[in-house]
Design a protein around this ligand. Structure first.
Ligand code: TXA
Ligand code: MG
Length: 318
């Protein structure tokens, strides 16, 4: 069953049941070694399913319910099918009235990956779910547009001789700076920013897979804003291209496939629109798709992480 959350739509099943996990992997076409997040209605419930310590409690007090997922050592009640064979489990308490009511009514943790076909952008409206999973799921609860539009921030609690620290496995709306307010040391996992080398295993299995990929090749443009605009003006005359542009650029472009992502500095709107626009731009049949390379500060890091994957790390210096 598919349900809305404040980040993206989730495809839910019983987090305590091996068969349910197998059906979720099958419906998405997802490898079964890529673990699922369990969703709970009260942050305090985490300790029933995982070993949640002080740092979890501090994170929960600051950010839950909300777009934060915490990786914790799992308890025996969580099957290995849910965690893709790992001894840890990802726990999240969504901040959405429908998700909350559903979790409270079920009384079990709901394992829920994003409700897209594996490799496609996560769904932020029910129509995306229908496009990807029609006939593969029994029910979709339509809660309108997801507020945030990018998946939750994922952190893992780690220890070394200096004490506890957080490893950021997937950036999201809870930014690295915000996390620093709760835990001084936040380490960004290499797979967040870079392409992994052949055979290298990421800390979060999901980082291994091709992701968010449109069919039309996406090229991210880096450089001076005026130079990028000049490049786009030239390109639109020479070839059929889809452009994810800033609002400020609209008066200067006359392309039939323009997709405004929001104002240049309006990162929240850009996050909200990104996955929808990637899907829309992909329908144009253009030969290439262009977008701006986001900078990596604040919410920009989450945009950068998703877009660099969608572009298969193709960046053009202009
Ligand atoms: O916002 C979200 O998190 C959405 C909504 C539906 O809650 N869910 C979501 O789930 O994005 P999914 O399955 O599409 O992405 C979960 C990511 C995957 O990359 C997976 O590898 C990672 O979380 N993950 C899950 N359990 C993990 C674990 N025990 N250790 C490391 N990474 C884990
Ligand atoms: Mg996903």
């Amino acid at each position: 069953m598919v349900f809305p959350t404040e980040t993206v739509y989730g495809l839910g099943g019983n987090g305590l049941d091996t068969m349910a996990a197998e059906r979720l992997y099958a419906a998405k076409g997802r490898p079964s070694n890529n673990p699922l997040i369990i969703h709970i209605h009260d942050p305090a419930e985490a300790d029933k399913y995982a070993y949640a310590g002080h740092l979890y409690n501090r994170l929960a007090a600051a950010f839950m319910p909300g777009p934060l997922t915490v990786i914790l050592p799992k308890r025996d009640c969580i099957p290995y099918a849910t965690t893709g064979g790992l001894d840890t489990v990802a726990v999240r308490c969504p901040d959405h009235p429908i998700a909350h009511a559903l979790l409270e009514a079920c009384g079990i943790p709901i394992a829920a990956p994003s409700a897209n076909l594996s490799g496609k952008p996560s769904p932020t409206v029910a129509e995306h779910v229908i496009a990807d999973l029609s006939g593969r799921v029994d029910m979709i609860i339509d809660g309108g547009e997801s507020d945030i539009g990018l998946e939750s921030t994922i952190v893992k609690i780690d220890h070394d001789q200096e004490g506890e620290y957080l490893t950021l496995l997937r950036p999201g709306a809870i930014t690295a700076d915000a996390l620093t307010c709760v835990c001084e040391r936040v380490v960004i996992a290499p797979a967040v920013l870079e392409q992994l080398k052949e055979g290298e295993r990421p800390l979060s299995p999901g980082m291994m897979y091709k992701h968010y990929a449109p069919t039309i090749p996406l090229v991210l443009l880096d450089g001076d804003p005026a130079d990028i605009l000049a490049f786009l003006q030239k390109e639109q005359d020479e070839r059929s291209c889809a452009i994810l542009c800033y609002l400020e650029e609209i008066p200067h472009l006359k392309n039939e496939h323009l997709f405004p992502v929001g104002g240049r500095d309006d990162l929240a709107t850009q996050a909200h629109c990104l996955f929808s626009l990637l899907r829309e731009a992909d329908k144009t049949g253009a030969s290439v798709m262009y977008a701006h390379l986001p900078n990596k500060s604040g919410l920009g890091l989450a945009l950068y992480n998703r877009m660099i994957r969608a572009a298969a790390h193709t960046v053009k210096q202009v």
